[in-house]
Write a protein that binds this ligand. Sequence first.
Ligand code: DLL
Length: 425
Amino acid sequence: MKDLTPDRSTLDPIEIASRDEITALQTERLRWSLTHAYANVPHYTQAFDAAGVHPDDLTDLSDLAKFPFTVKSDLRANYPFGMFAVPRDQVKRIHASSGTTGQPTVVGYTQSDLDNWGQVVARSLRAAGMQPGDLLHNAYGYGLFTGGLGIHLGADALGLSTIPISGGMTPRQVRLIEDFKPKGITVTPSYALSVLDEFHAQDLDPRASSLEVGIFGAEPWTNAMRTEIEQAFDMHAVDIYGLSEVIGPGVSMECVETKDGLHIWEDHFFPEIIDPTTGQPVADGEMGELVFTSLTKEAFPIIRYRTRDLTRLLPGTARSMRRMEKVTGRSDDMIILRGVNVFPTQIEECLMATPGLAPHFQIELTKPDRMDVMEIRCEGPDPAAGTALAARIKDSIGISVQVTVGAPGSVARSQGKAVRIVDNR
Ligand code: DLL
């Protein structure tokens, strides 16, 4: 794999500024953001008043803990545009979550928000090793989902040549990679595996492709998966994180030279980790639920948003800004099986460590009697490897599961975010 470390002179100065400078900027911006939300969004006016806090109560960053959380149901209750802090005609772009359960969550951006979003995504793509003029194959979905258009905005801001292929039509994805020879690919890790299968189906060697870096996010994936993908394609695999409520992709990004967790672009998004049960902030280094407050967003300011993503904060390395560890999973995706907490990422780790199995899997939960049963559906080449996987899961996680090893192609594929859990209880 090529060394893709960006030249430090090309970074935004704030990426490598001192912690004092970052803190000063955050404090000033946080005060602005709280004031803006309180003055322009009735939900925040009422929520701050009910909690007995006012934006003027913030003198330093730790005062943020006095302010109320925002949760997904607050956004739903204000559907569609009730959380906007600017008149509707100043909103230049609207995105929305798929809303598989209940109402979709609607988010908006002013021109200045779009400019900032482009900047943080450009920074992320540069951290992955992309440089102006490089060719990018963008296979995140275009549309209401923030993945496709969010990456596109950043690619434009960085000066890349972008192929807006979106998700799906996998044979064509492979053909265009072969013909156009992109340096980078932006795609969910699970869809990258489908693209990989298609390379093999077409009798092409993915290691001989032009790809030098894959920028993977929108769903949890493990370091074991990183190794698998890096070896299969002979390219770097780096992690990009974000959520539409905070902006979309580009909230945090792993640097290609270190691959040690994701630097949060703290000049725009202020992170906290809280204990999900008590709601109390925990110290850096401790695991908990990630909470974000936007520092610069005009159309859709978000204050202390509970992401439900579980991770911890770590000090900066390749950049001055703090890192978040790779997300373990969402609290909603935590399975409690006969008293043991299990995340799909733990199953992924066990699967990747078991020889004879392909990297595709799905977890089905049933309750035939009164006991919950977990079945892992995966694929060979080696049908006998299921026993080894069950034993490994028993050993490392401590649960008994059924493993079904089907024929190649038997596990449902996604063209975007993988559906890891099918709950039939
Ligand atoms: O998934 C934005 C995005 C697009 C990020 C493309 C990266 C690349 P939503 O659809 O709002 O936004 O989903 C956000 O996806 O709260 C996490 O649970 C999960 N997620 C996103 N990135 C990662 C990641 C986009 N790198 C939700 N690792 C978040 C783990 C991720 N989970």
